[in-house]
Design a protein around this ligand. Structure first.
Ligand code: 4FD
Length: 239
């Protein structure tokens, strides 16, 4: 999968070279290319913005630099995304859908704002990573890349993807490693029993219990067995 990022702050994307995403780039599972919108300025001072029509504080990014940066990376069938607080909030379902794309173009705006006409012309899908305002779309773009890249074949080991929370719709069961006792707190006996079937049942119960305690809203969307429905009813009654 190819990601093209259009930004005025290309240096902000250096952390992506680290860790799992960096390894995925090295392995050729994903390709991330960062384009500096400023490179498309025809101005001798590399200016990209101008004063707003109608007056007011601040500056507005010009249509031409944004459009030319976009035209330089665009392919047929590319998914174009504009990171903005006005977008639909990113969730795990959307992340999984996006992981099926071949080419994603991410347009990062910032507080100055981009001339509306180039947004209308490109007609990107508008995505937000949550209801808060940031100085730029760069962090949201990185959040999107990280979340989507995890689903690309070869990036994670496929067992972890199958087991994880949200993919299943509820939260994860708790994890333990050595030592057996930490400040008087024991590792649950069942996890040392070697009885894999019982361990799986215990983990599923714990996942439901954790979800009930921390994110009860998620229980509404998930489907459960008769036994599990009974268990949830008990959790609610013993409150
Ligand atoms: N919640 C988000 C995205 C961008 C952003 C910007 C218009 C402001 C938060 C376009 C206004 C981009 C988010 C930059 N803040 N700030 O996903």
């Amino acid at each position: 999968m190819k990601f093209d990022v259009l930004t005025l702050f290309p240096e902000m994307f250096t952390p992506l070279k680290e860790s799992i995403i960096g390894r995925a780039m090295k392995n050729g599972n994903i390709d991330i290319s960062i384009t500096n919108i400023r490179d498309f300025s025809k101005d001798k001072h590399k200016k990209v913005d101008d004063t707003p029509y109608g007056g007011g504080a601040g500056m507005v990014i010009r249509t031409d630099v944004v459009y030319d940066a976009y035209a330089s990376v665009k392919t047929d069938g590319a998914k174009v995304i504009y990171l903005t607080p006005q977008g639909k909030t990113l969730d795990q379902k959307k992340v999984q859908e996006l992981s099926k794309e071949k080419h994603i173009i991410l347009l990062c705006g910032h507080y100055e704002g981009i001339d509306e006409r180039v947004i209308d012309e490109i007609a990107p899908e508008e995505i937000s990573i949550g209801d808060y305002v940031l100085t730029g779309g760069e962090l949201p773009a990185m959040v999107l890349i990280d979340s989507v890249a995890r689903y690309v074949e070869g990036v994670l080991n496929s067992d972890s993807i199958k087991e994880e929370s949200f993919a299943s719709g509820i939260l994860e069961y708790p994890q333990y490693t050595r030592p057996e006792t930490f400040k008087g707190r024991e590792v649950p006996e069942i996890l040392k029993s070697g009885h894999h079937e019982n361990i799986e049942k215990w983990r599923r119960k714990k996942a439901i219990e954790t979800t009930y305690q921390k994110r009860p809203d998620l229980l509404e969307k998930e489907s459960f067995t008769k036994e599990e429905i009974e268990y949830i009813k008990n959790l609610k009654e013993n409150k």
